[in-house]
Design a protein around this ligand. Structure first.
Ligand SMILES: [Mg+2]
Length: 214
């Protein structure tokens, strides 16, 4: 079997690998680990977008008497979650410019349910784990895992519970950092997508400018 065109470019976060365990050799494309030592460099990687779920994708706090609900309900481990269909398309648009990473107390459950519910073109995203530190209604317990994953890469974070500790973390970072707050009854909107894409454009322009000067 001839090898398919190598899709790995300096802008790619995926790599093609040969499956040798099959009787017929085949090739698959898999995401690169975030600490990969390949030719993908910090300057050419997409920025990371850490994505919260409750209050961003799964909505709550809207009036229960509201006749026009913001989305369909889906059962996840016995709990009904209101998830608007439009959120899937919004995440797909963001995935063109960001490496999306689940940053949610759902942890692995996000991959078990959300790519299917949201009709995402990928079956799984990288996911942060928090060692039992998750507390509903706050977000600073995510900082350690976010800091470790982001390292020195540009990173945005969308969450309905950005607090002062998160703000201080963002200010301390040397790499470009953007915090985006959502409202739990409305979650991720087109306005947030526009804001994030504009920021990604600015980061890319700054990186190109810096590369041209070296
Ligand atoms: Mg939340």
């Amino acid at each position: 079997m001839s090898r398919p065109p190598m899709p790995l470019s300096r802008l790619s976060t995926r790599v093609t690998v040969r499956l040798t365990t099959l009787s017929q050799p085949s090739w698959i494309s898999i995401p690169l680990p975030h600490n990969s030592s390949t030719s993908v460099t910090i300057d050419t990687q997409k920025p990371i977008l850490f994505v919260d779920v409750d209050g961003v994708i799964s909505l709550f706090g809207f009036p229960s008497s509201q006749s026009d609900l913001p989305g369909r309900f889906h059962w996840v481990d016995g709990i009904a979650h209101c998830i608007p269909e439009e959120v899937g398309g919004r995440l797909e648009r963001l995935a063109e410019r960001f490496e999306l990473v689940w940053a949610t107390g759902w942890e692995e459950k996000a991959n078990e349910y959300l790519p299917f519910i949201l009709k995402l073109s990928v079956s799984a995203l990288p996911v942060l784990t928090f060692g039992g530190r998750a507390v509903f209604g706050s977000s600073h317990w995510k900082l350690e895992a976010i800091e470790e994953y982001a390292d020195c890469r540009p990173a945005a974070w969308i969450d309905d519970n950005i607090d002062d500790q998160c703000e201080r973390w963002a200010k301390r970072r040397e790499a470009p950092t953007l915090l985006v707050r959502t409202e739990s009854p409305t979650g991720l909107t087109d306005k947030h997508v526009k804001q994030l894409l504009r920021w990604a454009d600015e980061v890319a322009a700054d990186q190109e400018h810096a590369a041209a000067e070296t």
